[in-house]
Ligand binder design. Structure first.
Ligand SMILES: C[S@@+](CC[C@H](N)C(=O)[O-])C[C@H]1O[C@@H](n2cnc3c(N)ncnc32)[C@H](O)[C@@H]1O
Length: 244
């Protein structure tokens, strides 16, 4: 049956990756409409990161400056704030992959001075036909806490899918908000409860130990540290046998 938009025009077809995702997974990405995207940099990237999650945006941006390369994949792109602010060594070929087409359009426009490709993907499913692959770096910032499921399972799936489209010796870096621990302040606990109730976050059971297990299972080398409520990590794929 033909679907129609509210204005009576034929509705755009739903991308296959979106149609195949479970309603809970789709809800984790559907939050990012135009209004949410317009408010995201102020509300999440600046205010929440500093005053609720105790991990200022500059800390996350340092990951981009340290690890992003000119053949880069970004999964879970949001507004592209960190991509736009990163110091690149030149014009980069950047593939943006997300379950939400709004975030892809928003970010592609914001970093249009780079060579940008986009793909609608569910990060939980393999992405064999990704344009621009293989990549020498990949960013997965603030993606895992949006996805339902146990952290060791969702991180193994997502990071395994990303590792499969990387060059040998390539780096993945990312961040995710963990479940409250003994040192979590009340305002962060309240925010995590609220955002989980609304289906925006799925992280009430997410521990650094589970994330560490997933990183160790997928990568030859990894790092993991915690700043405030946020786990910051990197993983490196094994080098090619000739050491390149
Ligand atoms: C919180 S934003 C992250 C934005 C940005 N990376 C940052 O660090 O600020 C989460 C992004 O992940 C996307 N997302 C959520 N679930 C996804 C899934 N299963 N597959 C692909 N993208 C997903 C959302 O659409 C959104 O763009």
């Amino acid at each position: 049956m033909q679907r129609f938009s509210r204005r009576g025009r034929p509705a755009r077809p739903v991308p296959a990756a979106v149609g195949a995702a479970s309603p809970e997974v789709r809800a984790g990405a559907a939050t990012y409409g135009w209004v949410a995207l317009a408010l995201y940099d102020i509300s999440v990237t600046w205010l929440n990161n500093r005053y609720v999650w105790r991990c200022p945006a500059a800390v996350i941006n340092r990951q981009y400056n340290a690890h992003a390369t000119v053949r880069h994949l970004e999964v879970g792109v949001g507004t592209g704030y960190h991509l736009a602010r990163a110091r690149w060594s030149g014009r980069a070929a950047v593939t943006l992959a997300d379950l939400n087409e709004n975030t892809l359009r928003w970010t592609a426009r914001r970093i249009r001075h780079h060579e940008v490709r986009t793909a609608v993907v569910n990060a939980l499913e393999p992405f064999p036909d990704l344009p621009g692959a293989p990549f020498t770096s990949a960013g997965v910032g603030y993606l895992l806490h949006c996805i339902p499921g146990r952290l060791d399972e969702k991180a193994s799936a997502v990071l395994g899918n990303v590792a499969a489209v990387l060059e040998p010796g390539a780096v993945v870096f990312g961040s995710t908000i963990l479940a409250p621990g003994p040192s979590t302040p009340p305002r962060a606990r309240r925010m995590i409860r609220l955002l989980n109730r609304r289906g925006i976050l799925h992280n009430t059971e997410d521990t650094a130990a589970d994330l560490g297990r997933a990183l160790a299972a997928v990568f030859a080398e990894h790092t993991l540290e915690q700043v405030g409520e946020v786990a910051l990590f990197t993983g490196r794929t094994a080098a090619a046998p000739d050491g390149s």
